[in-house]
Design a protein around this ligand. Sequence first.
Ligand code: PLP
Length: 429
Amino acid sequence: MNHDQSHRLFSRAQELLPGGVNSPVRAFKSVGGEPFFVERADGAWLFDVDGNRYIDYVGSWGPMIVGHNHPAVRNAVSQAIQNGLSFGAPCPAEVTMAETITRLVPSCEMVRMVNSGTEATLSAIRLARGATGRNRIVKFEGCYHGHGDSFLVKAGSGMLTLGVPTSPGVPAGLSELTLTLSYNDFDGATELFQQYGNEIACLIIEPVVGNANCLPPRAGYLQHLRDLCTRHGALLIFDEVMTGFRVALGGAQAHYGITPDLSTFGKVIGGGMPVGAYGGRRDLLSQIAPSGPIYQAGTLSGNPVAMAAGLAMLELIQAPGFHDRLAAASNTLCDGLEAAARDAGVPFTTTRVGGMFGMFFTDQQVDTYAQAVACDIGAFNTFFHAMLERGVFLAPSAFEAGFMSSAHDDAVIADTLTAAREAFQVVAA
Ligand code: PLP
């Protein structure tokens, strides 16, 4: 593959943007090499500036659940922009969006729209602290909740990729308030709540971890956390920025049958536009300004173009059987990858929940952070590049989930598996 144009752009970008990118994992630091620059995207495919095309399992890191550039989403945006780009006053689509989210996710009796997943999680913990009058929060090692100060403690995603345990610039006085737990450790959670229970405002969790590869919860784990929070008067926050509308129409909370107090969303609800939301119990959301004293605001929040894209996306994924088909596609891909690895003699396993999946170079089943980081990262990096050369784009880090879309049909998955059979041979060599 020729990458001359991408190489030239990356050289220019490195002079102007930190690391040449606007979000760290895009820079390929963990897998080595240089990123390609995208000219356009369509369905399951990305097309770069050098004329190469790739089957895409990143899907803009989650939003593209119906594939790229879906005509229904594109048309909704085209129509919306005829009326103006931003009003700074309420618009009808905000109400429709709130009605749609509260209908699809019943634990959300009210919602507030924001502009990113980070804003959603920041706002949710401010609400939790304000509502409980407590300061400590609990998060999980390897979970990523955006780049808010309180979350950059033992975080996943780019923090994990770059091996940064805690970010400089976060005041110690704030990070000390963030307590961390090992995901899927029942006793650790019980003990932490025994020690700090009456100081904990909230526990925030990715109900399926997607920022330390893909780690599903053990049976009963989310219920255990629900019970601990209830017993100790702490709020349970499901960060469904990644899982929301993806692992099931009603998110991970519907898939596992657990009711959180607050939920955060992003990615899919924006249809590719910069959107986030947080929602939950009415008595909690009523405490947000202007109906209550806890402050949170946004110049572009509820933006009419973004709402139009998100609503078109949410319409598409309500088609009967949509998530069943997505889960079936994840299973076909993951089963095929495991078979190809077995044939090549490469230790490899997968996880999958609905439209997200994980790939681990190990012969063990993986469901903890410690197991995820103990996998053969070198083997992943070799596999990543072997797949890229064969026209398949996986997330450029061993610590990110993969994303399935409805545009990944049987033919696309078959092509992926053909590439994978060769790529596993490269790993085995
Ligand atoms: N929460 C989770 C679970 C995420 O995966 C992410 C981003 O990947 C965020 C929050 C932050 O969202 P954003 O990047 O839109 O700020």
